[in-house]
Write a protein that binds this ligand. Structure first.
Ligand code: ME8
Length: 529
């Protein structure tokens, strides 16, 4: 498989100081939808997620829990691993920074930096925020706190420094040469102006605590948690074995998807570390926005953390997946509310998509003897070409992937779903106008053609929307008797002919249709609100 055919996507690795919540689920979900899309599009994909287990923040959480750090991280990383099962994520690996493979990798990267004179020993005196695991200059503080509002403490200790200041021009040139390195564009401007403002050398080791990867040849120091954490993206593809298949196939990563809170680490420090070690930087950092809960910041102290498993139980896995990727343009901030969630589940899924599938499949079941309609063959096609003028949604279903692909290549998940929904809505209009229940009496041959074309529309919609709603679309494709090995984008009709070799085979028996997107019905107290 050629290099262009491979795709490497990563989520951040999450701190194991607390339970996972909807924010963590969101980032990994975006990665999953992208990974699934690229696989269906014929690419060899690597999707990496995991947990960030070192540093002062995790050490403090372990102490607060009265546990040894290793026991604590072993316990807390499990629910993060469990997110994959809960939300049907297809990550190819799950990395933990306390694993030996990672220690080897980050120590090697350190040695490469030392060998190139990119790291020197000095003394750090300044502010540190444990919550953000970030150093802050005096000038950055706002009312004596970090820009994020996190408390800071004064730190004065021997420290190794990375020569970040030497990379300012190279970074600016790199952003210039790679205009889509940081998406969305507004975030790119933020990064560029930060770097233009001047870079200080970065403290990359600590001596005041022990819970980290030891600095090679100087065990009094542990590495700064961010140099440790970022390197996970290399460890995941087998670094330091740069001759190995993993690294050769997948590095540089195609996209690191992160929240806007950690953009600077990814778009400034990470490419600088890599260039300094003579390794290629990733191709893109996409920084998405921030979710609030019913208008409020999500925080443990406010007690409004949205528990993902409760969400999935209440609304359904594909409903949650769809909502998160459709409700908010990827990159913008968003608000989670029960009302908005129910509105998406009932309007978009139950009324639009669900109803289309249910109506068409029930008519096929009742009017066509429970088998794929079999109109008289025409010029080697299963339906008369004129049906494309009537069932216009089929023409658009044929062209759908061409519209959706460039949107997915820019992580515009919401726009991709909007595109898909244009066809869903159009197909519903086609059903209303063509009224197969009337044709059944007036022109039964035409009815078979129309229902066949609509079944093909549904096949295209289901195949294309698999990355977003994998379980429901699998059930739709089962109901159309589409074999499991014929569900990739290669099985979509590019539209040169009305039907092609992948089109539904007329006469194939179909199982009895069942609703796929149930309506959410309010119960008890909720209904009274
Ligand atoms: O920063 N809305 O880990 P972390 C949207 N270990 N996304 C949210 C969110 C919210 N309210 N809350 C969290 C770290 N996230 C480091 C990363 S990577 C080499 C090291 C998501 O546990 C979002 O992706 O604090 C954010 O960037 C990430 O969780 C922060 O996770």
């Amino acid at each position: 498989m050629s290099e262009a055919k491979r795709f490497y996507v990563t989520s951040p690795i999450y701190y194991v100081n607390d339970k996972p919540h909807i924010g963590h689920a969101y980032t990994s979900l975006a990665c999953d939808a992208l990974a699934r899309f690229m696989r269906l599009d014929g690419r060899e994909v690597m999707f990496l997620t995991g947990t960030d287990e070192h540093g002062q923040k995790v050490e403090k959480a372990a102490t607060a829990a009265g546990e040894a750090p290793q026991d604590f991280v072993d316990r807390i990383s499990e629910p993060f691993r469990g997110l994959s099962k809960l939300l049907a994520f297809t990550n190819d690996d799950f990395i933990r920074t306390t694993e030996p493979r990672h220690k080897t990798s980050v120590q090697q990267l350190w040695r490469e930096l030392v060998a190139r004179d990119q790291i020197y020993l000095g003394t750090y005196a300044g502010w540190y925020s444990v919550r953000d695991e970030a150093f802050h200059a005096e000038s950055e503080l706002v009312d004596g706190k970090a820009p994020s509002g996190a408390p800071v403490e004064w730190v004065e200790e021997p420290s190794y420094f990375f020569r970040l200041s030497a990379w300012q021009d190279r970074l600016l040139a790199f952003y210039d040469e790679n205009p889509d390195f940081v998406l969305p564009g507004s975030r790119r401007n933020e990064v560029v102006s930060f770097v233009k403002g001047g870079l200080d050398d970065l403290s990359v080791s600590r001596t005041s605590f022990k819970w980290g990867v030891p600095v090679p040849d100087d065990p009094d120091h542990v590495m700064y948690v961010w140099i440790d954490a970022l390197t996970n993206y290399l460890t995941g593809v087998g670094y330091p074995d740069t001759g190995g298949a993993g690294y050769r196939r997948f590095w540089p990563a195609d996209v690191h998807i992160v929240g806007k809170d950690i953009l600077r680490f990814h778009a400034v420090y990470w490419p600088a570390f890599l260039m300094a070690a003579d390794l290629p930087p990733p191709r893109r950092i996409f920084a998405h926005g921030w979710w609030t809960n019913e208008g409020q910041k999500i925080s443990k102290s406010l007690g409004n953390i949205i528990d993902t498993s409760a969400l999935v139980e209440r609304y359904g896995v594909d409903q949650v997946r769809y909502f998160l990727l459709r409700e908010v343009p990827f990159g913008n901030d968003g608000d989670f509310s029960h009302r908005a969630m129910v509105s998406r589940a009932n309007n978009d899924l139950a009324n639009d998509y669900g109803n289309l599938v249910q109506r068409v499949l029930s008519m096929i079941n009742r009017y066509c003897g429970g088998a794929v309609p079999a109109p008289a063959a025409n010029d080697g096609c299963h339906v008369d070409p004129s049906v494309l003028d009537a069932v216009i949604s089929l023409r658009h279903a044929h062209g759908l992937l061409r519209k959706v692909r460039p949107l997915m290549q820019r992580q515009a998940f919401h726009s991709a779903l909007e595109r898909i929904w244009l066809v869903v809505k159009e197909a519903n209009v086609n059903v209303d106008h063509l009224a197969p229940w009337v044709l059944r009496k007036s022109d039964p041959e035409r009815m078979k053609e129309v229902l066949y074309a609509l079944a093909e529309v549904i096949r295209h919609l289901a195949i294309t929307s698999q990355p977003f709603m994998p379980e429901s679309t699998a059930r739709i494709l089962d109901q159309l008797a589409v074999p499991e090995d014929q569900r990739t984008f290669a099985h979509l009709n590019p539209g040169n002919r009305v039907t092609d070799e992948n089109s539904l085979a007329p006469g194939t028996p179909l199982p009895k249709p069942e609703g796929v997107f149930p309506r959410y019905v309010e119960h008890g107290a909720e209904a009274a609100r």
